[in-house]
Design a protein around this ligand. Structure first.
Ligand SMILES: O=C1CC=C(NS(=O)(=O)c2ccc(-c3ccccc3)cc2)CC1=O
Ligand SMILES: [Ca+2]
Ligand SMILES: [Zn+2]
Length: 164
């Protein structure tokens, strides 16, 4: 009632587009990891995500290395930073990039694309880092068992404080 709201999307129907695919995984596996990474958040909010294959989506997803396009953030080669995402807003807002210099996988080896995507999409929806080490939004990559529900109560209360 004080008019104070966390920065979030002011709509519940968001579109996303996968601009390019990593050669590390099958296209279908990338589609699935991205879709599941978004579903983690849509399961606990009124948010809906629609995949489009051309034009400008709210969340433009791409695999990039080092300095890329007009993106103000750069990647650092293998390891280190795995991805970045921009908070909700027009243009670059919501866009999510993954570092192509990593080995992306859907199982134990390398970095689990689903887990990193779910973390980055948390940022794309307006969440910042959590200091709760069991949280998906914890700043350090912990190879959680992706089959387990990756969201912690901290993540859920965070996202619901924006899109409750
Ligand atoms: O804003 C930032 C700045 C630095 C980041 N470091 S990262 O890309 O190496 C990264 C770190 C942790 C995760 C992660 C954390 C918890 C569960 C799953 C992934 C994902 C990516 C990730 C990020 O989103
Ligand atoms: Ca890197
Ligand atoms: Zn980028």
């Amino acid at each position: 009632q004080y008019g104070y709201t966390l920065p979030g999307w002011r709509k519940y129907n968001l579109t996303y587009r996968i601009i390019n695919y990593t050669p590390d995984m099958a296209r279908a596996a990338v589609d699935e990891a991205i879709q599941e990474g978004l579903e983690v958040w849509s399961k606990v909010t009124p948010l809906k995500f629609t995949k489009i294959s051309k034009g400008i989506a709210d969340i433009m997803i791409a695999f990039r290395t080092r300095v890329h396009g007009r993106c103000p953030r750069y990647f650092d080669g293998p390891l280190g930073v795995l991805g970045h995402a921009f908070p909700p807003g027009p243009g670059l807002g919501g866009d999510t990039h993954f570092d192509e210099d990593e080995n992306w996988t859907k199982d134990g080896a390398g970095f689990n694309l689903f887990l990193v995507a779910a973390h980055e999409f948390g940022h794309a929806l307006g969440l910042s880092h959590s200091n709760d080490q069991t949280a998906l939004m914890f700043p350090n990559y912990v190879s959680l068992d992706p089959r387990k529900y990756p969201l912690s109560q901290d993540d859920i209360s965070g996202i619901q404080s924006i899109y409750g």
